[in-house]
Design a binder for this molecule. Structure first.
Ligand SMILES: N[C@@H](CCC[C@H](N)C(=O)O)C(=O)O
Length: 280
């Protein structure tokens, strides 16, 4: 099975061209091929499929086989794949996802895409739409949640997939493998949740680490960076209509939160191509 390994800020997925092949059990494939010792290694898989609504359709699966409705780092890589492989040779590409069709403006050099700006759509704040099963109001901002013997102040946002954002003085020494699963498996998140740990540097720069549902700690999360900037604005740390740099373990994303949409700009890189022998 031919595949392409790509990453955005170190958030690496195995991309499979479904214009040319059919994958019957992507959830099983994702578990097998994502393994960093017995497989190719990655944060999951992304299928690039034909679409009637856009230039291609993207489906992404986490390491545990669960399907994510949206992936900010993967969508830039899908746009790169579609452009570089002549599936759609245009500098504005539309990719269909489980959370709607997204428009991507490409930055191209020597006939290869290297970065892009994605219109990620509106940030959804209503708790029932995130979804988070707490009191229903306009938004949950700086909400005190007790888990075991600790009180966390959470802000919840959906960017097509669910996020829970926490602010810290210093994120460098947090053990995400202990705290992350407490949120990921908490019953108030009926669809589970991605959790972002944020340290504010100043009004235009924040630091972020992330525990992704289904994949654990990753080097970057595009939807998470968008949710983090939205939460930073809602909590008064940053401003709307301003480019905010999000520093992640694997690189930087620029996020702008406006009244109608969240815009994300960042890189997309191809690492290698290969063939995987899948013993089902
Ligand atoms: N890494 C992604 C998000 C991937 C999906 C997520 N784990 C989910 O299940 O919602 C990104 O860059 O946005």
């Amino acid at each position: 099975m031919p595949f392409t390994k790509m990453h955005g800020c170190g958030n690496d997925y195995i991309y499979i061209n479904c214009f040319e092949q059919n994958i019957e059990h992507p959830e099983l494939l994702s578990k097998a091929i994502s393994d960093r010792h017995f497989g190719v290694g990655g944060d999951g898989i992304v299928l690039i499929c034909p679409s009637e609504n856009g230039d291609a359709k993207m489906r992404m699966f986490n390491i545990d086989g669960s399907e994510g409705k949206m992936c900010g780092n993967a969508i830039r890589c899908v746009a790169k794949y579609v452009y570089d492989n002549n599936i759609a040779k245009k500098e504005m590409i539309k990719i269909d996802t489980l959370s709607g069709v997204k428009t991507i403006n490409l930055q191209v050099k020597d006939d290869q895409m290297y970065a892009a700006t994605v219109d990620m759509g509106e940030a959804i704040l209503k708790p029932s739409a995130v979804p988070v099963l707490l009191e229903e109001k306009e938004a949950l901002i700086d909400y005190s949640l007790q888990i075991e013997d600790t009180t966390y102040n959470i802000t919840t946002v959906s960017m097509g997939n669910p996020h829970c954002v926490l602010f810290y003085e210093d994120i460098s020494s947090i053990d995400l493998s202990v705290i992350g699963p407490k949120f990921e498996h908490h019953p108030i998140f009926p669809e589970s949740v991605n959790t972002e740990f944020i340290q504010i540097e100043n009004r235009t720069m924040i630091h972020m680490r992330v525990w992704e549902r289904g994949s654990g700690e990753t080097l970057a999360c595009g939807t998470g960076a968008c949710a983090a900037v939205v939460a930073s604005v809602l909590n008064g740390y940053c401003d709307k209509d301003t480019d905010i740099t999000v520093k992640l373990l694997g690189g930087e994303l620029i996020i702008r939160y406006t009244d109608n949409s969240v815009f994300m700009t960042g890189p997309a890189e191809k690492v290698f191509e290969g063939k995987f022998q899948w013993k089902k």
